[in-house]
Design a protein around this ligand. Structure first.
Ligand code: MV4
Length: 445
């Protein structure tokens, strides 16, 4: 049983979690930094506690401050959202030790998937496809060169403790690999405190396709289909869609079975995402994100499942509300509206002086901004998520273009003009996507 949920987050996801709690009849506690006093999550939660100064290290990442806020207000559960403490296994453990319910996966599942070399080995042992590479972290340059020669260049070195693109190095031949081995280990040591790196065959222009899973604490795992997330820049996703233009029902079944097996391999519960690389009809496990993700609404749109509500259900020990993989209904696209210069991608904090949000058929906007809101410079630049849904991809694109053109934000620069250019791009319209899409799109031609 849960009755009062503390939300250890800010921005749009804090509002999304408040919405789910309110539907479930649960009381809510917001926490906020000194910079977020005037935030909507503070006003809309039943209670709010200031947990420290603006920088996240002193507030949203301060475990002692968050736990104290929960104890003072009598919260009996904590939802971490995404980012901040969401994938901190130690924090998840502390929440449990303090007698509160963690609205997320078991700490051990977070830990296993957090070590990328362990994750790869664990899922491969259950038959999930992985690219050719090393089963254990590499111990020497010459071991790396020997393995790379066997599987063929190019190869990629990845930090075991990394993820999300941090600590990666590509090598096209043995000479490059020897150099990359040393720099990758050095970077990994500096960034994560652990130098371990492993090696994989490198795909030059794959798609990023991920599968949403939700699991209860009774060992039931259900996959909710895939999202195509290839449109990204420097590992920041810009546009996500469901279903993927290249995934048919046969491939979907195979990917969903692989994702379910990966989750089951670590005793998963709650919402999670299994990321794959896709090329030429084949898919390979990349990593698992042990949190609710920014792009979860596209899956909600095409399945009708409220993922955050399901997280609350299973955290309270209840079974999932669905027994099998739901059918995919239509097509959904999410556009991330960031406070940034659409040319330089530089952050653009400041006051929102005018705001008009789009609506109408097939349009959802998840946002925390309002007219007069000041976008602080301390956190990520996500202002809003525009999610459009149509009967097919063409209708979703039409609705996206219409909604983007009726989305007015003044006072800060936003990524809306960039999105309006992307929706008119012939490759985007044809679904010809890859992780190289934005590089090609932004190239002056
Ligand atoms: C790869 C790859 C190609 N081959 N692994 C980037 C994020 C991190 N999770 C893994 N990443 C990649 N791993 C192999 N063996 C290409 C990438 C990659 C990428 C993946 C997903 C989305 C965007 C990307 C951009 C550049 C590189």
């Amino acid at each position: 049983m849960i009755s009062k949920v503390l939300i250890a987050n800010r921005g749009e996801i804090a509002l999304r979690i408040i919405a789910a709690c309110r539907e479930a009849g649960l009381a809510t506690v917001a926490v906020h930094s000194e910079a977020d006093r005037n935030s909507l999550h503070v006003r809309l939660a039943d209670e709010a506690v200031c947990i420290g100064p603006p920088y996240a290290n002193a507030s949203y990442l301060n475990i002692t401050a968050v736990i104290s806020a929960a104890e003072i207000t009598g919260a009996d559960a904590i939802h971490p959202g995404y980012g901040f403490l969401a994938e901190n296994a130690h924090f998840a453990e502390v929440v449990g030790e303090c007698g509160m319910t963690w609205i997320g996966p078991p700490p051990e599942a977070i830990r296993l998937m957090g070590d990328k070399a362990t994750a790869r080995r664990t899922v491969a042992a259950r038959g999930v496809p992985v690219l050719p590479g090393s089963q254990e972290p590499l111990t020497s340059r010459e071991e790396a060169v020997k393995l790379a020669t066997e599987i063929g260049f190019p190869v990629i070195l990845k930090a075991s403790a990394g993820g999300g693109g941090k600590g990666m190095r590509v090598a096209r031949d043995a000479r490059e690999l020897r150099h990359a081995f040393d720099t990758a280990r050095h970077e990994a040591e500096r960034a994560f405190g652990v130098a371990d790196v492993y090696l994989e065959k490198y795909l030059t222009a794959p798609r990023h396709i991920e599968v949403q899973v939700i699991a209860d604490t009774r060992g039931k795992v259900v996959a909710l289909g895939e999202r195509e997330c290839s449109i990204q820049r420097r590992h920041q996703k810009l546009i996500e869609e469901a279903p993927s233009p290249v995934v048919d029902e046969t491939l979907r079944t195979a990917m969903c079975e692989a994702a379910t097996a990966a989750a089951a391999a670590v005793g998963y519960a709650s919402a999670g995402t299994v990321e794959f690389l896709y090329e030429d009809g084949h898919f390979y496990f990349m990593e698992m994100n042990t949190r609710i993700q920014v792009e979860h609404p596209v899956t909600e749109a095409v399945t009708g499942v409220d993922l955050v509500l399901e997280q609350l259900r299973v955290a309270a020990g209840n079974p999932l509300s669905l027994r099998r993989r739901p059918r995919i209904q239509g097509h959904a696209i999410e556009f991330r509206v960031n406070a940034e210069d659409p040319e330089s991608f530089a952050p653009s904090p400041g006051e929102i002086t005018e705001l008009a949000l789009p609506g109408g058929p097939g349009v959802r906007v998840d946002t925390h901004i309002y007219r007069g809101y000041r976008v602080p410079p301390y956190y990520d630049s996500l202002l809003a998520k525009l999610i459009v849904h149509g009967r097919d991809r063409a209708e979703a694109i039409t609705r996206g273009r219409r909604a983007l053109s009726m989305f007015l934000v003044e006072g800060v620069k936003t990524s809306i003009p960039l999105h309006l250019r992307i929706v008119d791009d012939p490759d985007f319209q044809a679904g010809r996507l890859s992780t190289q899409f934005m590089e090609r799109f932004l190239k002056p031609s």
